[in-house]
Design a protein around this ligand. Structure first.
Ligand code: NAD
Length: 422
């Protein structure tokens, strides 16, 4: 199939490149000209394991442009993959969805063949039919479900292992309102052998939010129990290993630490809370999930002050800035509130991350950055904020370590060791 991808970020790049790997012809579109130039030079604008090699391998089937007419007129199906951030109140901000839909609709106006538009961005139930559809109809002067196909195909990939997740999904959800769109999606995903769930559009949208809200809840629950275990002198890891073996529960995402970050869980849970509030539902459980997650990274400061009560002038090493290992993404990374709190206490900071230094410099330009992890150890105390594999191989002997991510070597070697929940 000929596929266009609107929004060439984490989801767009992985989706488009994997579809090219499966033999499709893919046109990426973005408003960011640097990203488009990078893709046309077979360089991925974002880091994901194996992505750049895949992009180079499929170069002959991949193009990138900023021109909507070019992208829409040369393809049969478009995936909307633009960002859906939340505003200051936590409500979903649809400005990118609206702008991309309007440009897409204007390009559709002069296209004669039937086109299919699929929303892959995470949007609240009702958005595809009540926001995207009407904008497309108005700007293209054609009708959804008749003149053009419209549907939802939420994405469940995890950054860091996104290519593997896309190619080996647990399930694929097709939210459609017409047979032709469903047939297009079934054909596109025909080679995938996982369960495929065909639903209404708003059910598909809700499956994505429910999935993220549940996983976020599991993490905040593990952290709340972990905090209690630390007080009671119980090994949190053993508790969750034991509980996770229950087939009804599952061990994944069941570890204590300093909380969840990234571009999805925090904003999606907040957007669902705001949406529920406007629908008159209280969602107290989800509010608590966010509250626990906001407090959890600051536990590291509390533990640090047990050993260095006055942080003014102290130099603190931060190991890890990315919200999780194997990504350069720092959105909602738990390291950020830790750095903010340390600066407020008057501490000096030396931070290290193998991929996320550049992104962090845009937020904290004046803190120190170490060229190697060893340099971030030559400080008064260390806080481990991301579980990069390489942190398992550092020499922590003689150091004060506050560990937010359960790094075994630090636990064994540090002169003073405090795990956040263990
Ligand atoms: P991102 O910020 O990495 O990428 C979005 C891209 O859209 C950017 O390159 C931006 O320049 C581009 N863009 C913005 N407005 C545009 C427009 N009008 N026309 C064309 N391009 C435009 O975002 P992301 O992490 O890829 O997330 C995209 C969506 O997928 C979000 O809704 C997110 O919630 C969802 N999602 C993300 C993940 C993840 O792990 N990142 C996983 C599943 C779902």
């Amino acid at each position: 199939m000929k596929i266009s991808i609107i929004g060439s970020g984490y989801v767009g790049m992985v989706t488009g490149t994997c579809f090219a790997e499966l033999g499709n012809v893919v046109t990426f579109l973005d408003i960011d000209t640097q990203k488009i130039a990078a893709i046309n030079a077979a360089k991925s604008p974002i880091y994901e394991l194996g992505l750049e090699e895949m992009l180079a391998r499929n170069r002959s089937r991949i193009a990138a442009t900023t021109d909507y007419n070019e992208a829409i007129h040369t393809t049969d199906i478009t995936f909307l993959c633009v960002g859906t951030p939340c505003d200051d109140e936590g409500a979903i901000d649809l400005k990118y969805i609206r702008a991309a839909s309007a440009d897409l609709g204007r390009a559709l106006r002069s296209k004669e063949e039937r086109h299919t538009v699929i929303v892959k961005s995470t949007v609240l139930p009702g958005t595809t039919e009540q926001v995207v559809g009407p904008i497309l109809e108005e700007t293209s002067n054609t009708r959804a479900f008749g003149d053009f196909g419209l549907g939802s195909n939420p994405e469940f990939l995890r950054e860091g292992v996104a290519v593997r997740d896309f190619m080996n999904p647990d399930r694929i959800v097709f939210g459609t309102g017409d047979e032709k769109t469903r047939a297009v999606l079934e054909e596109l995903y025909a080679t995938f052998s996982c369960p495929k769930l065909a639903t209404s559009i708003k059910t598909a949208e809700m499956i994505k939010y429910t999935s993220n809200a549940f996983l976020a809840t599991k993490i905040s629950f593990a952290n709340e129990i972990g905090n209690l275990c630390k007080h009671l002198g119980i090994d949190t890891g053993e508790v969750f290993a034991g509980v996770g073996l229950d087939a009804r529960i599952n061990p994944a995402f069941f570890r204590s630490g300093i909380g969840f970050g990234g571009s999805c869980f925090p904003k999606d849970v907040k957007a669902l809370i705001a949406h529920a509030q406007s629908a008159g539902e209280a969602v107290d459980l989800l509010r608590s999930v966010i509250k626990v997650n906001d407090q959890q990274p600051l536990k590291t400061i509390h533990l640090l002050k047990k050993h260095i009560p006055d942080l003014r002038g102290a130099t603190i090493g931060i190991l890890g800035l990315a919200f999780k290992p194997d990504t350069d993404d720092i959105r909602e990374s738990r390291a950020m509130p830790i750095i903010g709190a340390l600066l407020a206490e008057g501490a000096r900071i030396i931070a290290y991350d193998p991929l996320a230094e550049t992104a962090t410099k845009a937020i904290f330009p004046t803190i120190g950055y170490a060229d190697s992890p060893d340099d971030a150890l030559k400080v008064d105390a260390i806080i481990i904020a991301t579980e990069w594999k390489e942190f398992e191989y550092l020499d922590y002997s003689g150091r004060i370590v506050i560990d937010g991510r359960n790094i075994e070597r630090a636990k064994k070697e540090a002169a003073v060791y405090e795990g956040v929940c263990w």
